[in-house]
Design a protein around this ligand. Structure first.
Ligand SMILES: C[S@@+](CC[C@H](N)C(=O)[O-])C[C@H]1O[C@@H](n2cnc3c(N)ncnc32)[C@H](O)[C@@H]1O
Length: 280
């Protein structure tokens, strides 16, 4: 039998070959995730985690990612806690693009917390909502088995959140799931993973943008200092992206990383996702 912790556990892509059954509570929560990413998140908590630590969802917006993690967690009868972090606010454009198109009736204002609470109520015994700026809340301590990241939108805050959460990952037992690994607007995410070197191994890609990494070694303060991204020059980031491109050649993902490099060249010095303009 394949060891769940081994990269081989991901090789057959069980989340894609046996997607979870329909769940009206889960499907009712709007999300920015693509279908394969939704199925992957459900599989991670239903089948992969073993209650070795908690589940952390950094940047859950309304809770779409959290709902998929929570439904899997319930299906797998897991006992850990899922911590879902966000400001729980939304601008009008995102309300229209995500919420209204996925069935939420139009509403006034930018506060989406009450809607999240209501939609995530079926899993309130396993989900803890952490409202505010992630870097201000931080982590209370205790092992993290699954760290899902969709909040590394600024290079400087990437370093701050990394120092807060990565030290609690368990070597050989934890995954970092980067929802934006392949998104051209955040090249520092791929750069960070290159800088972590042999401490992490990529184990899965889920369309559109997610790459999951197994933590192989303790993420010590020295390793995290060496993996800081905010002070890297464009040239250093481009070198690391080239390294990532070579690493993912066999996965068919090199063109995606090449696009991230083109985006950085087209937006010199940009270190915030929203400053990046799509390269022509
Ligand atoms: C792309 S959205 C998340 C989508 C979500 N994972 C889903 O499945 O639909 C990114 C979220 O990260 C949150 N975020 C980014 N940086 C943050 C920070 N420093 N503190 C709190 N929330 C943050 C934003 O509020 C936003 O809701």
């Amino acid at each position: 039998m394949t060891d769940r912790r081994s990269p081989d556990a991901f090789a057959t892509r069980p989340w894609a070959t046996s997607p979870p059954p329909r769940d009206p509570d889960m499907d009712a929560v709007p999300t920015m995730l693509a279908q394969e990413e939704r199925d992957f998140y459900h599989w991670l908590t239903s089948s992969w985690t073993q209650d070795a630590g908690d589940v952390v969802d950094l940047g859950c917006y309304l809770g779409g990612s959290t709902a998929r993690l929570a439904a899997g967690h319930a299906a797998g009868r897991k006992m850990s806690t899922i911590h879902a972090y966000d400001r729980f606010t939304s601008d009008e454009r995102t309300k229209e693009r995500i919420l209204y198109r996925q069935g939420i009736p139009p509403f006034e204002g930018n506060d989406i917390f009450p809607i999240s609470q209501r939609l995530l109520a079926p899993w309130s015994d396993r989900v803890r909502l952490r409202r505010g700026e992630i870097e201000a809340i931080g982590w209370d301590g205790g092992p993290i088995e699954l760290l899902v990241v969709d909040a590394f939108k600024k290079a400087d805050l990437t370093d701050v959140m990394t120092d807060q959460f990565y030290p609690w990952l368990i070597p050989g037992k934890s995954l970092i799931v980067h929802q934006d690994y392949l998104h051209w607007s955040q090249p520092w995410v791929a750069a960070q993973m290159e800088l972590l070197g042999e401490a992490v191994t990529p184990v899965a890609f889920a369309r559109d943008d997610t790459v999951a990494w197994l933590v192989e070694q303790p993420l010590t303060p020295a390793k995290l200092t060496a993996a800081r991204v905010a002070a890297l020059s464009d040239a250093e980031l481009l070198d690391l992206l080239a390294q990532a491109e070579a690493r993912f050649e066999g996965w068919g993902l090199a063109p995606r990383l090449a696009l991230s490099a083109r985006a950085l060249r087209a937006n010199p010095g940009a270190r915030m996702a929203w400053q990046m303009k799509m390269p022509g």
